[in-house]
Design a protein around this ligand. Structure first.
Ligand code: XMP
Length: 511
C-alpha cells in the first residue's frame, strides 16, 4: 500500500528533521528533499502537501537557495516556515527585507491570530520566533493572518491556492499549540486521512519483505542495540527460520548483556541465533594497546573477521540485514539539504567484500518510530529504551589498556549506576549515561584499612543526537547513593567522580 505523503523541502534549516517527525507524529508519512530537487521528481511523488523549512540565508540575495515558481502551480497546498515563508513571498512577488534592531525577534513572542483555517481551535498566543529578515509586503493574492508587535506579517495565506506562510516555528516545543497548527495544515488544508500508523507500517513491511526475499537466506549482525534488534525481529516475522542472526560477543559488553540477547532473541522470539563468544580473542588482540583509535581499529577489524568466519560456515547467504534509519539516510546525502556524506558510526563492522544484497527494513523511520514499532513487536522496554552504546563497547570505556579484571570492575560499577538511575526514575530523562574506568588508582580508607584502588568516572548527558550535549544536572542524593554503593560493593574501586564537561569541548565518551 502506498501511504499518503507530505514532502518537507529543506532550505538548510536546523529543524528539518524535527518538522518531518512532527508530521509523522500526526500519522502522515513524510520525506525530506533538498530545495534543489527537480520539480518533476516532486510531482511524480504525488504529495498531499509540501512544507518549506527555515534556513540561514536571506531570500532577497541572489545566491540564496530558491525554488521554481512552478511549485506553486501544481495545486498542492504549501506551508512555508520562517525562511520558507520568506522565499515563498519573495518568489511570488512580495518584499522581504532585513529587519532593523527592534524588528528582530528571538524566542517566545506574543502573537495575534486572525481568522484562518490554519489557526482553527487555537486558544493561546505564544509562538517561537527566530529571525532577522521579515516579509515587508505580501505577494499578490495573499492576506496577513497573524501579526506580532514587531512583525506585522507573522503569517500569510492565499486561500484560493492553499499557500500558507508562518514567520515562527510551529514545530518547536516552545510554540504553544504549534502542533495544532501543523495538524490544521495537514487535516484541514491538505485533507489527509492519516494512514501512517504503527500497525500499517508493520503489516506493509512484512508483506514487502516477503516479496523481496522470497525463500532466500538472510543474515543479520545482531548487536542487541535498538535498531538491529527491531530490524531483526521484523525480518524474522516475515521470513522466520530463513533468517540467521550472528551475535559477536567480544567480551566488551555490559553486565548480563550477552545473556539478555540470548534470552530475548533465542528464547522469547525463537530466532536462529548464533552467539560467538570471543572474549579471549579480543582481549588478546588488545593486550598492551592503550591508544583509543588503535583500540577502535583492532576491535572493528576483529569484529569483521569473526563475522566473516561465521558467515562462511553458514554457506551462501543472499541478504544482509542492516538497521539503517532515516536520519542516516538524510545525513548521507540522500535526503535533505544539510547533505554531507558521513560514514555511519554504528553500521561499522560489516564486511565490504562479501556479496550480499542489503535489506534495510527501518530505512524510512525515525528513532522514536523504531522504538514504537519495537514495542508493538513485543520487544521488551529495557532494550527499546536503552541508551546508545558504542560498537567498541567497554574497550573505549576502560581507559588505557583493556584487561578482563578492569572490564569486570567497570561492568559492576556501571550496573549499579544504571540500576540507581532507573530506580530514581531518571534513566529515560538522560540521553546517555555510563561509567568509565580511567587508568588511575587512588588511596582511600575503609574501616581501619588503607585501600589503593581504581577511580570510577560517571558520565550522564542530555542531547538530541549525540553531536552536541550538556552534562546532566544529577540530583545530589542520587549521586551520593550511586557513589556509596560503588565504593562499598565493587571490589577494586574506591573513589567516584562525576563528569561535568559539555560537548564541545569534551566528547561524550572519554576515549
Ligand atoms: P563522542 O564520544 O564522539 O560520542 O562524543 C558521540 C556518540 O557516539 C558514540 N560513539 C561511538 N559509537 N563507535 C560507535 O559505534 C565508536 O567508536 C564510537 N565512539 C563514540 C558515543 O557513545 C555517543 O553516543
Amino acid at each position: 500500500m502506498k501511504h499518503e505523503l507530505v514532502l518537507v523541502i529543506d532550505f538548510g534549516g536546523q529543524y528539518n528533521q524535527l518538522i518531518a517527525r512532527r508530521v509523522r507524529e500526526n500519522n502522515v508519512y513524510c520525506e525530506i528533499l533538498p530545495y534543489s530537487t527537480d520539480i518533476e521528481v516532486i510531482k511524480a511523488k504525488n504529495p498531499k502537501g509540501i512544507i518549506f523549512t527555515g534556513g540561514p540565508n536571506s531570500a532577497y540575495l541572489p545566491d540564496s537557495p530558491s525554488i521554481s515558481k512552478e511549485i506553486f502551480e501544481i495545486g498542492v497546498p504549501i506551508l512555508g516556515i520562517c525562511y520558507g515563508h520568506q522565499i515563498m513571498s519573495h518568489v511570488l512577488g512580495g518584499v522581504v527585507r532585513k529587519g532593523n534592531t527592534a524588528e528582530k525577534e528571538y524566542g517566545k513572542t506574543s502573537i495575534t491570530y486572525h481568522e484562518s483555517k490554519l489557526f482553527e481551535g487555537i486558544s493561546t498566543n505564544t509562538v517561537w520566533m527566530s529571525h532577522t529578515d521579515l516579509v515587508d509586503a505580501v505577494a499578490p493574492g495573499f492576506e496577513v493572518i497573524a501579526h506580532t508587535a514587531d512583525c506585522p506579517v507573522a503569517a500569510i495565506e492565499n486561500k484560493e491556492k492553499n499557500l500558507y506562510g508562518v514567520q515562527f516555528h510551529p514545530e518547536v516545543e516552545h510554540c504553544l499549540e504549534g502542533d495544532k497548527i501543523l495538524r490544521n495544515f495537514l487535516y484541514n488544508i491538505c485533507n489527509v486521512s492519516g494512514d501512517w500508523t504503527t500497525d500499517s507500517f508493520i503489516n506493509d513491511k512484512i508483506k514487502q519483505l516477503k516479496e523481496t526475499i522470497g525463500d532466500k537466506k538472510v543474515l543479520c549482525a545482531l548487536s542487541g542495540g535498538v535498531d538491529s534488534s527491531v530490524a531483526a525481529v521484523l525480518v524474522h516475522k516475515a521470513i522466520g527460520d530463513n533468517l540467521t542472526c550472528v551475535f559477536v560477543d567480544h567480551g566488551l559488553l555490559r553486565k548480563n548483556e550477552g545473556n539478555d540477547v540470548e534470552r530475548i532473541f533465542r528464547d522469547k522470539f525463537d530466532m536462529n541465533l548464533i552467539r560467538v563468544n570471543c572474549e579471549d580473542r579480543f582481549l588478546g588482540k588488545l593486550k598492551g594497546v592503550t591508544e583509543p583509535e588503535a583500540k577502535r581499529k583492532i576491535i572493528g577489524e576483529e569484529f569483521i573477521r569473526v563475522f566473516e568466519e561465521e558467515s562462511n560456515k553458514l554457506g551462501k547467504m543472499d541478504f544482509l540485514v542492516q538497521g539503517t534509519i532515516y536520519p542516516d539516510v538524510v545525513e548521507s546525502g540522500h535526503g535533505g539539504e544539510s547533505a554531507t556524506i558521513k560514514s555511519h558510526h554504528n553500521v561499522g563492522g560489516i564486511p565490504e567484500d562479501i556479496e550480499f544484497q542489503i535489506v534495510e527494513p527501518l530505512r524510512e523511520l525515525f528513532k522514536d518510530e523504531v522504538r514504537k514499532i519495537g514495542l508493538e513487536l513485543g520487544i521488551e522496554e529495557g532494550l527499546i529504551f536503552r541508551h546508545p552504546f558504542p560498537g567498541p563497547g567497554l574497550g573505549i570505556r576502560v581507559i588505557g589498556e583493556v584487561t578482563k579484571e578492569r572490564c569486570d570492575i567497570l561492568r559492576e560499577a556501571d550496573a549499579i549506576y544504571m540500576e540507581e538511575l532507573k530506580k530514581a526514575g531518571l534513566y529515560k530523562k538522560i540521553w546517555q549515561a555510563f561509567a568509565t574506568l580511567p587508568d588511575v588508582k587512588t588511596v582511600g580508607v575503609m574501616g581501619d584499612e588503607r585501600t589503593y584502588a581504581y577511580l570510577v568516572g560517571l558520565r550522564a548527558v542530555t542531547s538530541s543526537d549525540g553531536m552536541t550535549s550538556d552534562w546532566y544536572k544529577m540530583p545530589y542524593d542520587v549521586l551520593e547513593k550511586i557513589s556509596n554503593r560503588i565504593v562499598n560493593e565493587v571490589d577494586g574501586a574506591n573513589r567516584v567522580v562525576y563528569d561535568i564537561t559539555s560537548k564541545p569541548p569534551g566528547t561524550i565518551e572519554w576515549e
